[in-house]
Ligand binder design. Structure first.
Ligand code: XUL
Ligand code: CO
Length: 435
């Protein structure tokens, strides 16, 4: 077995004045914030795919990362080597959770049954690792988009055999996620969408997707999986028109198929931006409809229009979304999965640590600012006052009619005066909480 991270020590918390790049400046796991240890609020996870599988390729060039488990060799042995190194990484970082796709952890076989055998071997290895480690599984998911069989989608494929293959794969991955004590099961739409309407029967495809998700919910209950089922919206990439465009679109889709109580959302920061929303918009929408499940925390690049999956490093941008989340009781079963990858020139083992340390520090620093914001209460007061008129006008939301209102506006001579929205005051207020 290789020991890829042998030169990296366990990452300590040293505080913001430390100059040690392999230390946390803000992420003090046991620090009490808003009544409990910081790590229990943030529930941060390393994602297997970007951190251990991503080879550093781009459309113009291939692999730049030379990880030992990526060299040629027996694929199952390589998967075991990767697993050993992944757990060494988790432990040195002190991360409480990880997430994976089925194909990230074990190689695919020539047939479904062969793939299942390989999955079983590695899942049993992961099970053993989890017994002796503090790390837990935040969620599992099936990759229904990389293999060429899925080029025209999985659940929305014109070929029913591909729908069946995908259904079998999800069943297997849900069972494995349950075996590993996973706290959620995620479905990101992958290639559920289309390139051109020329070759697409949209109604047929949407009905297939609804049917597929209904069977996923049914299977969850059948096996007694206690975690949440989560759908991850994304507006485009890989397809031009992804069916799970954004939180509002997914919620409407779920309601059409009577599934709104079966699924919640896994909201990803840069997917929100690609949908031309802010992250806080997606969070506020999900919370308003009681469907926030978990977060894929990352960032994009404002100068390019694709999913760059960078590690978060901007506290200002996270304060408001974190405020909504933690003011509303926190992440529950969900967590902050770092769905992010290092840049292709960041080829050393240290780079993986720098990336995760920076991101965990950014989230910790944001939560500390949010604690100040909640305890201070000025922002809350502002919002409460802005809407307090509704407390004295309850009938408007219940029993009134246009006719009544019309008569009242005339008889009471209602003549409202505009009030400042105070945007700049609020922007300054939010900034004042960041240390
Ligand atoms: C793709 C994406 C995925 C999902 C899991 O943009 O975010 O990594 O999180 O399939
Ligand atoms: Co994601």
């Amino acid at each position: 077995m290789s020991d890829y991270f042998q030169n990296i020590p366990h990452i300590p918390f040293e505080g913001k004045d430390s100059s040690n790049p392999l230390s946390f400046k803000y992420y003090d796991a046991q620090k009490n914030v808003l009544g409990k240890p910081l790590e229990e609020h943030l529930r941060m996870a390393v994602c297997y795919w970007h951190t251990f599988n991503w080879p550093g390729s781009d459309p113009f060039g291939g692999q730049t990362f030379l990880r030992p488990w990526m060299e040629s060799g027996d694929p199952l042995e390589q998967a075991k080597d990767k697993l050993e190194n992944a757990f060494s990484f988790f432990e040195k970082l002190g991360i409480p959770y990880f997430c994976f796709h089925d194909v990230d952890i074990a190689p695919e076989g020539e047939s479904f049954s062969e793939t299942e055998k390989k999955q079983k071997i590695i899942i049993d290895e992961v099970s053993k690792k989890l017994e002796t480690s503090k790390v837990k599984l935040l969620w599992g998911t099936a990759n229904l988009f990389s293999h060429r069989r899925y080029m025209a989608g999985a659940a929305t494929n014109p070929d029913p055999d591909i729908f069946q293959y995908a259904a079998a794969q999800v069943k297997m991955c849900m069972d494995n996620t349950k075996q590993l004590g996973g706290q959620n099961y995620v479905l990101w739409g992958g290639r559920e969408g289309y390139e051109t309407i020329l070759n697409t029967n949209m109604k047929q495809e949407l009905d297939q997707l609804g049917r597929f998700l209904s069977m996923v919910a049914e299977h969850k209950h059948k096996i007694g999986f206690k975690g949440n089922l989560l759908i991850e919206p994304k507006p485009h990439e890989p397809t031009k028109h992804q069916y799970d465009f954004d939180s509002a679109n997914v919620f409407a889709f779920l309601q059409k198929f009577n599934l709104e109580n079966e699924f919640k959302l896994n909201v990803e920061v840069n997917h929100a931006i690609l949908a031309k929303h802010s992250f806080e918009h997606e969070i506020a929408y999900a919370l308003s409809n009681n469907i926030l499940g978990s977060i894929d925390i990352n960032r994009g690049d404002y100068l390019v229009g694709w999913d760059t999956d960078q590690f978060p490093n901007n506290v200002e941008e996270l304060v408001l979304p974190f405020y909504y989340i933690f003011k509303n009781g926190g992440l529950g079963n969900g967590g902050l999965n770092m769905d992010a990858k290092v840049r292709r020139q960041s080829i050393d083992p240290e780079d993986l640590f720098f990336a995760h340390i920076g991101s965990m520090d950014t989230c910790a620093r944001t939560l500390i600012a949010v604690e100040k914001m909640i305890n201070d209460g000025s922002y809350d007061d502002f919002l409460q006052k802005r809407y307090q008129g509704w407390d004295n006008n309850k009938e408007l939301m219940n029993s009134d009619s246009l006719e009544n209102i019309y008569q009242r506006v005339k008889s009471e001579n209602i003549n409202p005066q505009p009030q400042s929205g105070r945007q700049e005051y609020l922007e300054n207020l939010i900034n004042s909480y960041i240390e």
